[in-house]
Design a protein around this ligand. Structure first.
Ligand code: NVA
Length: 314
């Protein structure tokens, strides 16, 4: 059966570990895998802005011997000009995988149902699983084995990054705490699913209101913009309530003395993260950005190895 990465818990704990191990191998030997030899095309579609995701997927597909087929979301107008299902049927005939950044998760699910090739979530309103593979790779590089580590995510705990940290962190056996102001707590179903996954891996998943409680003693502090793509009109309201969740030197003093700091970028210095933190010695954000390349190459190679022979539906 063709496999997809639509949300973080599409990978079992053992599968996530396989992808991360391959990411480590590919970081050491970037041109050693020819999973897209041909060159086979991978459709890469953006309905929202991008920098890292476009750069890492285009470079990554090329490094795997493939052809990165950028499809302009503004031109294709998927779901408006023609249905998601019809676009999926066409792209599935021409490509070996589809990578899509879009709004609702249901759009991605529709693509996966009809493409006949692996579909990868390059960020939706609900999840950002590719970022999490890079984040887990980065955390492992700096902190060692993931199981048992403590990670706090601060900011918009109802966001894609918070949800993905809950699910992917729980899958890795991490103790994940997400912390945001009233009205910005994680989706109850996602939190419950993360707790279910954590029950099997020895990790845990919690939503913690107080930011100091959230970061107390943790190995890793993570933040993200307070205003995700698509929420720009709420920027005014999304400032004052978030101020206590800003990752500052003072807040970091409550984390472990060797805690590292992650941010998926783009970053807004002086808002969700202080300049002295993101540009300081605890920040691993540039390693994290680089690891998008390695982790996504590993993911594509892993998915392609499991794709249906021929890939295309009858
Ligand atoms: N939560 C952010 C992540 C950006 C990579 C957003 O959705 O805009």
């Amino acid at each position: 059966m063709t496999r997809h990465l639509l949300r973080d818990d599409d990978l079992s704990p053992a599968e996530q570990a396989e992808v991360l191990a391959l990411a480590k191998e590919l970081k050491a030997a970037p041109y050693s895998c020819h999973a897209l030899e041909g060159p086979q095309a991978v459709a890469i579609i953006f309905d929202k802005p991008t920098l890292r995701t476009q750069a890492s997927f285009t470079a990554g597909v090329a490094q795997l011997g493939g052809y990165p087929m950028l499809v302009d979301g503004a031109l294709a107008r998927i779901g408006t000009r023609e249905s998601v299902a019809d676009v999926a049927r066409v792209l599935g005939r021409m490509t070996s995988a589809v990578v899509w950044r879009t709004f609702g998760q249901e759009r991605l699910e529709e693509m996966a149902a009809h493409a006949g090739v692996p579909v990868v979530n390059a960020l939706t309103d609900q999840f950002h699983p590719c970022q999490l593979l890079a984040d887990l790779q980065t955390i492992e590089e700096h902190k060692g084995p993931l199981a048992g580590l403590q990670v706090a995510f601060l900011g918009d705990a109802a966001s894609n990054m918070s949800h993905s940290f809950l699910l992917a962190g729980a899958t890795a056996g991490i103790h994940v705490r997400v912390s945001g102001p009233q009205g910005f707590h994680p989706d109850a179903a996602v939190l419950a699913r993360a707790q279910e996954v954590a029950g099997a891996t020895g990790g845990s998943a919690r939503s913690v209101g107080d930011p100091v409680d959230a970061v107390r003693g943790v190995d890793v502090v993570v933040t993200d913009t307070w205003v995700s793509m698509g929420k720009e009109e709420e920027a005014g309201e999304r400032n004052a309530p978030f101020l206590p969740y800003a990752v500052t030197t003072d807040l970091l003093a409550h984390a472990d003395a060797d805690a590292i700091v992650l941010h998926c970028l783009p970053a807004y210095r002086g808002k969700e993260i202080a300049a002295e933190v993101i540009d300081g010695p605890r920040s691993v954000v540039w390693h994290e950005a680089e690891n998008r390349l390695h982790a996504q190459k590993a993911l594509l190679a892993w998915l392609l190895a499991r794709a249906d022979a021929g890939g295309k539906p009858a």
